[in-house]
Design a protein around this ligand. Structure first.
Ligand SMILES: [Zn+2]
Length: 501
């Protein structure tokens, strides 16, 4: 019955989303609770769940339903958006031969295991050949999706639908010299130095947990529909529409790491808590791209959690909880939080040099994909990039080419979404500021509801109905552009470090 086709599509998409959320629950449990010997069994469970997900979205019945819906001319604009998004997503699954999908999944598991060993042995050679096979299989997958398109372009679409290689190059070529200039200016101002140091144990983890919980709740995260646990890698797993699970990690000599990580993950969580549950699994109830998701975590972590008004709210609370802060002024502390120094490790980088780490990876992975860089030459190319972009050189592969799992897990085209997230976040916040001139007073008073509502209206409520570029343009009044990120970084960091300490 054609009239029921739309309901049938919605129901199938809902079921696929339920299966996805079961996988997220298994993943969260693996990160928080699972013992090491149980990991293999968990892998088997997750492979079964992944096959069940594939069976729903790859079914010929669903394909036929979609074809009938595409041929109809009487769909509402929202129904049309839901059909278009599902068609795009399902086509990417069904065009890839099942045999290739299985081969890729197997290669990824073997390659990640080899990467773990190679890190311990400090030897890139241990993973080089599997990386080569993974690149070949990823190329074959991209060709199956669209044989006429540029390989890396197809891979970018996996994570940031619609973004073009040329658009990314424009953004990165604008950022690259400006970030380098700003880093030079900040080095001259002594932004890498701080007298402040805290001893191990200065910030007991149970007290840090209390602070993280209080803060993310104040930002708008609902603990009736979510939780906060401890894991090695901070994360956000959405295990159901009212079940958003955050994790963070505690360092007892630096409570800011756990707090900013919890705020970052809560930003992801606020987005997922804000999606329309009635449309679960469809474009209206799904998050948009990875870049947009990252913009939601970054806007809370940086534009809010690293802002001066936020620390005017938070510092007195932190000082009450941690006697170690007694002798430290708020401005001295704020400077310490913003220390800037180019270093080797991406995930430990400050928010300025961070993007140079991403640019290095973008340029290298594009070269790996177009064949101009062979896997065996990757360590040397990595070293050259780091020396020219950041002026640092890794003494061992675990601090260089083996530091991130992404490539060894087959995630080519993923890295640029981190910087896109920061570009979108700065641009969205700039648009929010214009509608909310009192935001500084509000944040200082612990009232973050204005931003939460603004994002709800402009981002959460649209789900994945629009391409990321359109979603950001509609919300911010201009297509994604690097200038807002640079303006935010320059104003903030020069503002902090040009003042006498
Ligand atoms: Zn994130």
């Amino acid at each position: 019955m054609p009239q029921n086709d739309f309901s049938a599509l919605s129901e199938q998409l809902r079921q696929a989303a339920c299966i996805e959320s079961i996988d997220h629950l298994l993943d969260w449990d693996q990160q928080v609770n699972l013992s090491e010997p149980a990991a293999e069994g968990r892998g088997e469970q997750r492979a079964y769940i992944s096959a069940a997900h594939h069976a729903i979205l790859g079914s010929s019945a669903l394909r036929e339903t979609l074809e009938r819906l595409k041929a109809r001319g009487d769909l509402s604009p929202l129904q049309q958006q839901i059909v278009d998004e599902a068609d795009w997503r399902i086509a990417r699954i069904s065009k890839v031969p099942a045999e290739l999908t299985r081969e890729l999944a197997l290669l990824k598991v073997r390659s990640v295991q080899a990467w773990e060993r190679a890190r311990v042995e400090q030897s890139f050679a241990g993973v080089e050949s599997l990386l080569g096979s993974l690149i070949e299989a990823s190329r074959a997958r991209a060709a199956a999706i669209d044989s006429s398109a540029n390989t890396y372009q197809t891979m970018l679409d996996d994570y940031e639908r619609g973004i073009t290689f040329a658009e990314l190059e424009t953004i990165f070529s604008e950022l690259r010299p400006e970030l380098t200039t700003l880093l030079g200016e900040l080095e001259e101002l002594g932004a890498g130095k701080s007298e402040l140091q805290f001893s191990d144990g200065a910030f007991p983890r149970t007290v840090q947990y209390e602070l993280c919980r209080e803060v993310v709740q104040q930002l708008g995260f609902s603990f009736d529909c979510g939780r906060l646990d401890t894991a090695t890698h901070p994360s956000c797993s959405t295990c159901g529409p009212k079940d958003v699970r955050l994790t963070t990690r505690y360092e007892e000599d630096d409570f800011v790491f756990a707090l900013t990580s919890a705020i970052h993950e809560a930003g992801h969580g606020l987005y997922d808590q804000g999606l329309d549950e009635g449309y679960l699994g469809t474009a209206k109830g799904r998050p948009s791209s990875l870049g947009v998701h990252e913009s939601q975590s970054i806007i809370w972590e940086r534009q809010v959690g690293l802002s001066e008004p936020f620390w005017k709210f938070c510092f007195p609370r932190a000082r009450k909880k941690f006697p170690a802060l007694a002798g430290c002024s708020q401005s001295e502390f704020y400077r310490w939080v913003h220390k800037v120094e180019p270093s080797l490790i991406r995930i430990a980088a400050d928010e300025i040099s961070y993007h140079l780490h991403i640019i290095a990876r973008f340029e290298l992975e594009a070269a790996l994909m177009d064949g101009s860089l062979a896997p065996r030459d990757l360590p040397g190319a990595w070293d050259d990039k780091y020396r020219s972009l950041l002026g640092v050189s890794a003494a061992k592969p675990s601090e260089g080419v083996l530091q991130d799992v992404h490539w060894y897990a087959g995630y080519f085209g993923y890295f640029p979404t981190y910087t896109l997230g920061a570009v979108y976040a700065a641009q969205l916040f700039s648009a929010f500021e214009k509608t909310s001139p009192k935001w500084k007073d509000d944040f200082e008073a612990g009232d973050f509801g204005g931003l939460h509502r603004w994002l709800g209206k402009n981002i959460y409520s649209h789900g994945a109905c629009y391409l990321p570029r359109e979603l950001i343009s509609n919300a911010a009044g201009e297509a994604p552009a690097a200038k807002y990120l640079m303006r935010y970084l320059r104003e903030k960091y020069l503002g902090i470090f040009k003042q006498p300490a």
